[in-house]
Design a protein around this ligand. Sequence first.
Ligand code: GLA
Length: 386
Amino acid sequence: MNTLDRIATVFSEKFSSQPLLVQGCGRINIIGEHTDYNEGFVLPASINKYIYFAIAENGTNECHFHALDIDDSYQFSLNNIQRSEKGWANYLMGILDQLQQEDILLEGVDVVFGGNLPIGSGMSSSAALEAGFALGICSLFNLQKSRQELAQLAHRSSNNFLGVPSGIMDQFASLLGQRGHAIKLDCRSLQYEYVPLDLGEYELLLINTGVSHALANSAYKDRVRECHEGAAAVGRKYKGVESLRDVSLAQLEDCRSDMTDIVFRRCQYVIEENERLHQALSLLTNGKMEELGALLLRTHEGLSKEYEVSCRELDFLVELAKDHKGVAGARMMGGGFGGCTLNLVKTEAREDFLKYAKKEYYRAFSVQAEHYELEIVDGTDIVREQ
Ligand code: GLA
């Protein structure tokens, strides 16, 4: 039985109604890391890793959530939505909380969910949870909201309810992804365009360090604060600077003595990463995969040395990719401190590279690394109406 059927079956064992079925997508990001909360650009795509939901309204004020993969449940009243000790439940409650903030009154829902999107792997299982649930609720109660509005709502939930000062990339990618395409998203204006992901003889491959990151941890918040500090320092000298998006490398250099060395390096990385994204786009459209790979390596170097969000395991996997002639480039992906590397690999070299990387990784860390071959798919969607 596949996961979706299992979820529908468990739902019917626990509750009597006929549920709506939704799949929430994970995402990758080609380039543009830690740029979203600096109002910069990102290039994500939604992937065939899902969290599936069965959801139905229950005519009461109570909500019942069941997380199938960890066999855990949570129940609460809509009159009293508060952050709970169960981290997973907060992602769903945050969506309901945001709707209440808009004075949208709902009735209670019964929910069963689970999937094949590994948690803490940098593929944004959190956005899949938020996006899938938000779209499900929207459809169930016939709320007139566009996908973009739902992404904004889920993003506000992350910021306000969960207290994670993240950008909008993950929720946007999960809800607006398009098969075979990446999304070039301007995180300031939310203007976006679809970019075909034609990789020629190459493909994208994820390798999981197995090290699990905690996004809400202090390091992510520190980076956000450091970037804001740097932008504010430049803004004191140059008019019209609202975020690092508005700052050039020359301006940053000019304000070097107005900030700590650490803040300077964080800002330098972000400004360069935005520039790299534009270069990457032109390489992608011209089919220059080797050069695109080299850019990914430069991003990794920046994330590791200047931004300091990598870890030994990620650096190690990227070094292995560098060593292998079938790999154009690789980098850590997502918030950092664990999760996956994104590898741009020649299809004909895939098996050889995987064998090599897994063997060396095991030798170094005694961990059997998992890998994921990716399909770029349409974003979060309703699988079956109620
Ligand atoms: C996490 C956040 C995103 C983004 C990335 C880093 O995935 O949720 O908003 O900041 O880290 O690019």
